[in-house]
Design a protein around this ligand. Sequence first.
Ligand code: CTP
Ligand code: CA
Length: 226
Amino acid sequence: IVASFGDQVLQGRKVVVSAGPTYEDIDPVRFIGNRSSGRMGFAVAEAAAQAGAQVTLVAGPVSLATPQGIARRVDVRSAAQMHAAVTAATADADIYIGAAAVGDYRPNSVAPQKLKKHDGAALALQLTENPDILAHLSAQRAHPFLVGFAAETQDVERYARDKLQRKGLDMIAANQVGEGLGFETADNAITLYWADGSAELPRADKALLARQLIERIADRYRAVRG
Ligand code: CTP
Ligand code: CA
């Protein structure tokens, strides 16, 4: 139980949360995806709403019901669609929390017909890098308070701090994937980093962790933006 949660720490704030994977189509029946379930992002969106925020949830392809209290949900499929939806939704937002596992690459082109096999010959897919949604937001003159996620399999702090700086973020929530934590699991454990500090949120179910995360984000938001 987080006792202070009745305080409505994000009352009146507009918060955009992205969640889930993206799917990058190869042809009409195949895509490149990833193992994000969307559960952490949905829990964060729900916790933000519980804290009094007006929440827009931009969701990749997930099989999750919209949490209680969400003002608006926008469903997208590809990274390009997520980029467009997040850009529109954050135009007047106070905080953007990028919890989505955005696909890093997409096929150069989507085949109009189902690809066929060719007598055992290898198939090479040409991929193009997707735009970085967080980096694009931070490059804008006026942008919301930016929170990123970093799921890493090694060197968590080094990679997370590198992303914090490179993408121009206010905070990053990092977690080690593996050891029964991370994607496709009920529990998670997070270390939060910002320019001059960090905080451990020890292993807990994603709902509890999300509430603690929102409290920390609200603290930093108030410190930085008043
Ligand atoms: N992100 C984003 N746009 C992308 C890729 C990632 O906004 N095209 C965001 C994610 O939503 C997340 C953060 O950036 O909040 C970190 O994502 P991650 O995949 O860990 O970072 P990358 O820069 O893609 O680095 P990596 O090579 O480790 O995948
Ligand atoms: Ca990535």
